[in-house]
Design a protein around this ligand. Sequence first.
Ligand code: PLP
Length: 392
Amino acid sequence: MTINKEKIYADTPGKKNIIHLNNAGASLMTQQVLDAQIAHLKLEASIGGYEAAAHRKPEIDAVYSSVAKLINADPSEIAIVENATVGWAMAFYAIDFAPGDRILTVEAEYVSNYVAYLHMVREKGVKVEVIPSNKDGNLELDMLENMIDDKVKLISATHVPTNSGLVNPVSKLGAIARKYNILFLVDACQSAGQIPLDVEEIGCDMLSATSRKYLRGPRGVGFLYVRKSVTGKLHPPIIDLHSAKWKSATEYELADDARKFENWENNYAAKLGFGVAVDYALDIGIEDIKARIDELANYLRRRLQRIPAINIHAISENQCGIVTFAVQGQKASYLVNELRKKKINTSVSTPDSTLLDATKNKLPDLIRASVHYYNDEEELDRFVEQLNRLIT
Ligand SMILES: Cc1ncc(COP(=O)(O)O)c(C=O)c1O
């Protein structure tokens, strides 16, 4: 373990006020991320918004390089957008679906992605099919190979679902997508910042994520990666003066890189803060971040397992920093509210956020405690102690 706990705790002002176990919702920002945003807002107020952006152009350009480094891509393959959903949707709706095309996805798919598939079913007559998982929650990759034919237009998978702690084997899905030359879209919203991501190793064509979750950046910003070789085949659903050039009364030309998935206006303070957050994570090292998160999440699971009234919802052995559980006879929303009064942040994960998995496993509302590397064992002990007091 090489993370410098003293520095990390000192850089996290919120740690003094609360026990924050809602990192899968939005993590606590570092002082550096906060300072970068405030400095830019002050600059905008003192010299003007457009002028401030011009003044900080080198730093703004550097955000693309930082995000590219995080996922082993080229800066020209990165679009910085409002959130993960916008990034994902700009890629998904840019695909030229035709009636009868098939989309293959996973059981624990995120609600916003799945409703987009259903929308495409209605609008374009595509089919959406779910890759089966075995009783341990692991994808049946052999069955996936049997599902493939020349109608499969897209494999689309959430890497880490919003609940259950599951980590889907995206590199294995990517190997199959590559083998059959099928587009592969990865929702890395919950994995970016907690698990190393390498788009070459994953073998994806598109990948989306957000700033505010495990990357500890500001709200209202996210990114989309699109592989250079695929960009030219995609036509974004929304274009403007930034993503396209107006050439004549009848013509426009799309940008030839990932800028074509962006639009012109954006929150530069958030974008700069996001860059600082990505650099902070890179400085610590994502492998070390993952190791500490795993250590803390395993510690928490062990402590919760000792409480008879608690059922941990873990659909696979392959787990990350997200721990979800139900308490017999108690409402998740009541417990989350009571914990918040004690300055402990958790969240409620409702069945409709991953409806297929929730229906199959008959899941109730769950309490989600998501740990980050800046949490510690003492905080987890205090959380379990307070929870125990509320339920006994
Ligand atoms: C798996 C997953 N994908 C996508 C999203 C959407 O991210 P955003 O709110 O940044 O659009 C979330 C948000 O919780 C998520 O958990």
